[in-house]
Design a protein around this ligand. Structure first.
Ligand code: FAD
Length: 569
């Protein structure tokens, strides 16, 4: 019998270490193994992906490709510029494939895509092998052992986890890889005119057209940002498996930090270095296995002589939160990502909701009071010119670097939704989706629901002050001085509320507090925005709004707003 010819399809797992799916592929003892990454139209066109995340992806792909080539100089990561749904039937035939292997992905879109690919494989007589490796537990198993319900708390994850069994120990990286075999595509590489949008990249008005699936030079090369027509990345955070393992090694080497880590005690104002691990983007791209992370930490905790921290605040607890959101997403599918139709998500009549289904009449615009003002608030929040330096510093860090501390995310998310602007969490989640380098649909959506008190968390009366909260961590305001440099010379007394400084001092310190932040200087003097509202007044408005919404008690699957009144379906 002839030996297997295998395509290994890299997606959420840009690594060689601890990959159950890669191990399964190698266990087939294949005659040839094609490590590929396909252009995914969802990622390339439909998802909001900013330059920083693109750069991170390319870093991961380049690093992986080098590591593959190190194990077998004839091999590398073959980047193929076509959507999997149309590409695979051609590849199966051209490369005489017997097996397709990949890591399980429970994102709603991914499920749909993979179902289609599996059907195509079946038609072509290709066997498909799928293995879990992206999360501590298989999200579907978590749901199954949570009475077929979405996991909405850490204790539910822990209880379900106990029934599933222990988290698998990491698998070492392979020491060798088979040859890839002939890569001749043997079919017309030009795309049919009916599908032009799949293989032409359109970004910022630039269009780079790839007529060849194997790239402009026909060598399956990983593109550059320039080739893709993308703006250069502004972040200094770099991706790739080797960088991920180096960063993890550095964290683990500090046994006290690793064993006693307590999330609420980490400063959101710390930078260079930040106070938490910053491993999230590595886990998003799978350049770091979360099980590798888990066990490296757990092994330190097990032998630690002092008092180690425990979930949910410990490092392993953070990974359980990650699994919790994957479990919720896996159970709820597409409806997890929105209020509409989501049985777990409370309906709040935000000033600025992101989805108004005019066709079905499900939410009319009647209740949208002050929406013009809310739009201005949203814009100023996004652009980091609210006039609240702590919020603006965070939003500017997010845009520039693609990462902010968890409690920083809390602060800006609470401010946009229930603690200031009263704008729909879906609007905020969209901004995070574009700018975060660690954007993970399950975690982003789940955390926005948590912070807006629409799901997971209900203590809406606990609201973050944009002034007092950060002061606790950073009395000098060094974080603000870094990310809002126009305030760098302000005295610590005014750094969180610069509009309160006497005008003469503002001038002396080189920045006047005036206007809405749309102009950055006037007559040679730098300008910084006045606060866009009085925070205590806004907090009360928000609190009342949420209180009323909780009282009415509508969820996303039973809401109807017509003629300005909320009605149960
Ligand atoms: P650490 O504190 O070092 O934690 C270790 C790991 O645990 C992280 O790398 C991450 O994988 C996981 N983790 C920690 N906290 C959470 C959490 N609350 N939820 C899920 N996983 C967690 N995290 C993402 O990975 N992607 C997102 O798109 C994302 N969006 C968020 C949006 C909002 C509004 C909020 C409040 C949080 C969001 N988080 C998201 C969760 C969390 O803020 C980040 O995972 C964390 O800040 C990443 O930094 P770190 O790696 O230093 O975390």
């Amino acid at each position: 019998m002839s030996k297997p010819r295998v395509i290994y399809w890299f997606r959420t797992d840009l690594r060689l270490h601890d990959s159950p799916a890669l191990k399964a592929a190698l266990d087939l003892k294949p005659e040839c193994l094609y490590p590929i990454w396909t252009w995914d139209p969802h990622y390339v066109y439909r998802a909001r992906v900013g330059s920083n995340r693109w750069q991170y992806l390319l870093d991961c792909q380049n690093d992986l490709s080098k590591s593959i080539a190190k194990l077998n100089p004839k091999s590398k990561l073959f980047l193929i510029r076509e959507a999997p749904q149309t590409l695979f039937p051609k590849l199966f035939k051209a490369w005489k494939i017997t097996h397709l292997v990949f890591e399980k992905d429970t994102d709603s879109y991914a499920r749909e895509r993979d179902k289609k690919v599996m059907e195509l494989a079946k038609e072509a007589g290709v066997e498909v092998i799928v293995k879990t490796g992206r999360t501590l537990y298989d999200p579907d198993e978590l749901v199954k052992h949570n009475h077929d319900k979405p996991t909405m708390s850490i204790s539910q994850v822990q209880a379900a986890g106990k029934k599933i069994g222990s988290i698998p120990r990491p698998i070492p990286a392979p020491k060798a890889l088979p040859d890839p075999g002939e890569t001749d595509l043997g079919f017309d590489q030009e795309q049919p005119a009916s599908e032009p949008d799949i293989n032409a990249i359109q970004r910022d008005g630039n269009e780079a057209s790839y007529s060849s699936l194997a790239g402009p030079n026909g060598d399956f090369a990983i593109p550059t940002m320039e080739e893709l027509g993308l703006k250069p990345a502004t972040t200094s955070h770099r991706g790739g498996e080797r960088e991920a393992l180096r960063a993890l090694g550095e964290i683990i080497a500090n046994e006290d930090y690793t064993a006693t880590f307590e999330k609420p005690k980490t400063a959101p104002t710390a930078f260079e270095p930040q106070s938490t691990t910053l491993l999230s983007p590595h886990m998003h791209f799978g350049s770091l296995s979360c099980r590798e992370f888990y066990w490296r930490v757990q092994d330190i905790v097990s032998k630690y002589k002092g008092k180690a921290s425990q979930p949910p605040t410990s490092l392993t607890g953070q990974l359980l939160f990650r699994d919790m959101y994957f479990g919720a997403q896996s159970a709820l599918g597409y409806s997890f990502g929105q209020t509409y139709n989501n049985p777990q998500c409370r309906f709040i009549p935000w000033h600025l909701p992101s989805k108004i289904d005019t066709d079905s009449g499900l939410i009319t615009g009647e209740y949208l009071v002050d929406n013009a003002e809310a739009e201005v608030h949203f814009k100023r929040w996004k652009e980091g010119r609210t006039g609240f330096p702590w919020i603006d510093a965070l939003m500017r860090q997010l845009k520039h670097e693609g990462w902010i501390h968890h409690l920083g995310r809390h602060a800006v998310a609470c401010f946009l939704t229930r603690g200031g602007c009263y704008v729909d969490w879906e609007r905020g989640a969209e901004v995070f989706e574009e700018w975060l380098i660690d954007h993970e649909a399950a975690c982003n959506i789940g955390n926005w629901q948590w912070l807006s008190c629409t799901a997971f968390f209900a203590q809406f009366y606990r609201c973050y002050s944009p002034i007092v909260f950060a002061q606790k961590w950073d009395k000098e305001g060094n974080f603000i001085r870094k990310y809002v440099p126009e305030l760098a010379n302000f005295d610590r007394k005014y750094i969180y509320e610069p509009h309160k400084a006497p005008i003469a001092d503002q001038r002396k310190w080189g920045c006047q507090i005036k206007g809405d932040g749309s102009s950055t200087s006037e007559g040679g003097m730098r300008l910084y925005a006045k606060p866009m509202f009085d925070f205590p007044t806004r907090r009360d408005i928000c609190l009342n709004g949420i209180k009323n919404a909780y009282h009415v008690g509508l969820y996303g699957n039973n809401l109807k707003v017509l003629d300005g009144t909320w009605r149960k379906l």
